[in-house]
Design a binder for this molecule. Structure first.
Ligand SMILES: C[S@@+](CC[C@H](N)C(=O)[O-])C[C@H]1O[C@@H](n2cnc3c(N)ncnc32)[C@H](O)[C@@H]1O
Length: 192
């Protein structure tokens, strides 16, 4: 099993946390997902699989789940842990290339992108490339679900996405916000 703290010490800006996300946050990340409708879900930065576990538990067997992880240790850990799950595809690579990855796999647009990426600490140029790739792969009604520990980056997100829903997870350590993003101009009114 990959050691989260060790990977953080190796790549602090890219790992962005000293421990995996807890259950309460993982469950909140699932709330916006309509699992009956989802045909293609992409997860960025699964780490050791906190969100992946919930996705695998809830998704239909014919829903394709593409996991994109750049870190070798996390990639190996998640592949080992979820090997044999129906419809799960493991990709070692960067979410910056999510559009190329999906087209190489011959897959269409994603209904949901679930992200564990630490946008607060990633270099800005990396975040911008991830946002561009995400806009390219999301279906018009798709949702990009990500979490933040503060609201400092909210304006940054709003430059590239609509933010129809924001959820709060007080039971996470530290407490977290889940941003439910949509392509600009594609979100209908939803309650905050
Ligand atoms: C804060 S950890 C979250 C891990 C897990 N989702 C969780 O919530 O416990 C961030 C993860 O994003 C991965 N990551 C960082 N930059 C990435 C990139 N450009 N493409 C794919 N994965 C990336 C890291 O290796 C790490 O697994």
């Amino acid at each position: 099993m990959a050691n989260f703290l060790l990977e953080y010490l190796r790549q602090p800006r890219r790992v962005g946390a000293v421990a995996p996300s807890g259950r309460a946050l993982a469950e909140k990340m699932m709330e916006p997902i309509d699992f009956d409708r989802a045909r293609l879900v992409v997860e960025y930065g699964p780490g050791t699989g906190s969100f992946t576990e919930e996705l695998c538990r809830r998704k239909r067997p014919d829903t394709v789940l593409v996991l994109i992880e750049q870190n070798r240790q996390f990639y190996d850990a998640v592949r080992q842990r979820f090997r044999g799950q129906p419809g799960v595809i493991f990709v070692r690579g960067s979410a910056e290339r999510a559009d190329c990855i999906l087209s190489r796999l011959g897959l269409g647009k994603a209904d949901y992108v679930v992200s564990g990426l630490p946008f607060a600490s990633l270099p800005k140029r990396v975040s911008l490339r991830v946002f561009a790739a995400t806009n390219a792969i999301l279906s018009p009604s798709g949702r990009f679900i990500t979490f933040q520990y503060t609201l400092v980056k909210e304006r940054f997100f709003r430059r590239y996405f609509d933010l129809p829903q924001k959820l709060f997870v007080p039971k996470n350590l530290p407490p977290a916000f889940v941003f439910v993003c949509a392509k600009l101009g594609e979100s209908s009114a939803e309650s905050e």
